[in-house]
Design a protein. Structure first.
Length: 228
């Protein structure tokens, strides 16, 4: 399926020129919120979406589609789905069946790929939003740190929630945000761990301001048991 597998690290050659000795100044940053300490999945329970929506859900699904059971599941939600629908059962059925063919923050293992998307309800209308631009439209004004993190997450960047160098966020005096994420795989020599710093404006513009190679990839993974 096109667009599912994360694109190779953009600008790797340029990043390598920076070497592994530099990293962003994290003064004023705090660790990204997660459900538990060593998670790689940010918490999205402080969303304040655009006016008029009944509900917003961050949902996860996979390709190929599940052969039975729900086709996707909510990992975070705001509001109550279908609360103003004229036909609540039909609206809820549409929610349960909603599944775009591709989404954001995709990852693949073997022959299965998982990805995320946003689902919104407004009256009887159930819609899915699977691109970074559409995520910004749903959120409207970016006015919480978690919304700023979600904008970067939707671009495919990862976060380690116990390490501000690979998962940090800061609120600026003007209401904008700075977000630190990363890309790379520790046990893949061709994909070094790279730190990326973004500025997220209140209007939803996401601009990368700096990047650094934190760690070169290795030929093999470490012994299982340590936090990821």
């Amino acid at each position: 399926m096109s667009g599912l597998f994360p694109k190779a690290l953009m600008g790797v050659a340029a990043l390598l020129l920076a070497g592994c000795d530099s990293r962003a100044d994290t003064d004023g940053f705090r660790e990204v919120d997660c459900e538990y300490w060593w998670s790689r999945h940010p918490l999205f329970d402080d969303l304040r979406p655009a006016a008029g929506l009944d509900a917003v859900q961050v949902r996860s699904t996979r390709e190929p589609a599940p052969s039975e059971g729900p086709v996707s599941g909510a990992i975070a939600s705001w509001g109550q789905a279908c609360t103003t629908a004229t036909d609540v059962p039909a609206c809820q059925t549409a929610v349960d069946a909603a599944r775009p063919s591709e989404g954001f923050h995709s990852s693949c293992y073997s022959d299965t790929c998982s990805y995320r998307f946003l689902l919104t309800t407004q009256g009887d209308q159930v819609r899915t939003h699977s691109t970074p631009a559409s995520v910004g439209e749903v959120l409207g004004t970016i006015d919480t740190e978690q919304e700023a993190v979600l904008m970067v997450y939707a671009l495919g960047y990862d976060f380690i929630c116990y390490d501000v160098d690979q998962g940090g966020v800061k609120t600026n005096a003007d209401g904008s945000f700075d977000v630190i994420g990363f890309r790379g795989i520790e046990c893949d020599r061709d994909l070094p761990i790279t730190q990326h710093v973004f500025h997220v404006s209140t209007s939803g513009e996401v601009r990368e301001t700096e990047s650094h190679v934190l760690k070169e990839g290795k030929d093999a993974c470490d012994t299982p048991g340590a936090p990821p």
